[in-house]
Write a new protein. Structure first.
Length: 353
């Protein structure tokens, strides 16, 4: 078997900041096209490689090729630890995918390998989104597993996320005569206090416990140092569990906000990415977890598994490295983590259900 940490280092040493993934994609494309029995499609800077063995089930394994901006000088190996931009997020996962594609020649399931661009930027640029829009037939499968860093645990589904802009109206006046106006910034105080005391839900969905949140993330207002402001705006982010639909989550937030807004105010939903159910009832995912003794837990953030869930494909995250190290100056991945994920996924590919 290839030294997986060395393969990870090879991928890390090819810079691939978002929108500049072409060199890495070319390397991956060359490797995949050299694998007998793989049909490879390239759409933009996205690669899809598929087996067509007539198996009963099809497994989709995917990962993004880009990194956030940072130190692109390359990797550094220290014993069994590899340091560098993208080691955890997620070139360790890409190394696992590539090595499996090259070495498992007769999988018990058909496999679709997806290497996609621009995950680390706004969702409108996401390469997986591009693939679903342009060639959804290439992404059909029974189950999808994305290699985001999870420390080798199975993170099932994901919470949805939505952002609101709450604009509160006031009446402008001189600060020497504030009674002649209405201070829009002051009006935010009651809402901020309510958000501080927000009682979040912790629902259990298919054995996974989620934890919702409602947080103020941005406040702006003010005219001048001697003017009572007539407008103030607050952005609020809501993370909601997959037992609620987007419409139900939106209704919940609007009900929460209702006591603090009046006729001159506005509440606008400006961004929404839906939640994804855990999907752990699917036998392929159950087999993966049970055969390898993997911890199964809820994904509290939002990830690209939601794209698959939206198309009826149960999806989870499983990858080497710790998510808490992603995007940091201390980003690194351990040999044991990369090899552990490789072993678990190889077992699934070779044995199926």
């Amino acid at each position: 078997m290839t030294d997986l940490l060395a393969l990870t280092a090879e991928l890390v040493d090819v810079p691939s900041v978002s929108f500049a993934e072409a060199e890495l994609v070319a390397l991956l494309e060359t490797e995949l096209r050299a694998v007998p029995g793989l049909a490879v499609d390239r759409i933009g800077d996205n690669l899809v490689a598929r087996t067509d063995l007539g198996r009963e089930h099809r497994l989709v394994l995917g990962g993004h090729t880009d990194t956030v901006p940072g130190d692109t000088s390359g990797s550094r190996l220290d014993g069994d630890t590899l340091w560098g931009l993208g080691t955890a997020d997620m070139k360790g996962g890409l190394a696992v995918m590539l090595e499996l594609a090259r070495t498992v020649s007769e999988p018990a399931v058909d496999v679709t390998w997806v290497f996609y661009a621009r995950e680390e930027v706004a969702i409108v640029h996401n390469g997986l989104r591009e693939l679903f829009a342009e060639a959804p037939e290439l992404l059909v499968g029974d189950v999808a597993i994305l290699g985001e860093p999870t420390g080798g645990a199975l993170e099932a589904g994901c919470q949805g996320t939505m952002r609101f802009e709450v604009t509160m109206a006031g009446a402008r006046a001189h600060t020497a005569r504030p009674w002649m106006g209405r201070n829009a910034v002051h009006r935010l105080g009651g809402l901020l206090a309510a958000l501080e005391g927000y009682e979040h839900r912790e629902p259990e969905v298919e054995g996974c416990r989620y934890r919702e949140a409602l947080q103020a993330v941005h406040v702006e207002g003010g005219v001048a140092g001697n003017v009572v402001p007539d407008r103030a705006m607050m952005r609020i982010n809501h993370r909601y569990a997959p037992d609620r639909s987007g419409a139900e989550a939106e209704a919940h937030v609007r009900e929460f906000l209702a006591p603090f807004v009046d006729g001159g105010d506005t509440v606008e939903l400006v961004d929404h990415s839906p939640a994804a159910m855990p999907g752990m009832s699917h036998p392929l995912l159950r087999t993966l977890a049970e055969s390898n003794g993997l911890e199964v837990r809820a994904k509290l953030g939002w990830t690209d598994v939601a794209f698959f869930a939206e198309h009826g494909v149960p999806a989870v995250n499983l990858g080497p490295g710790e998510a808490t190290l992603a995007h940091t100056a201390d980003e690194r991945v351990e040999r044991s983590s990369v090899e552990g994920c490789y072993a678990a996924l190889r077992d699934l590919l070779e044995t199926g259900i």
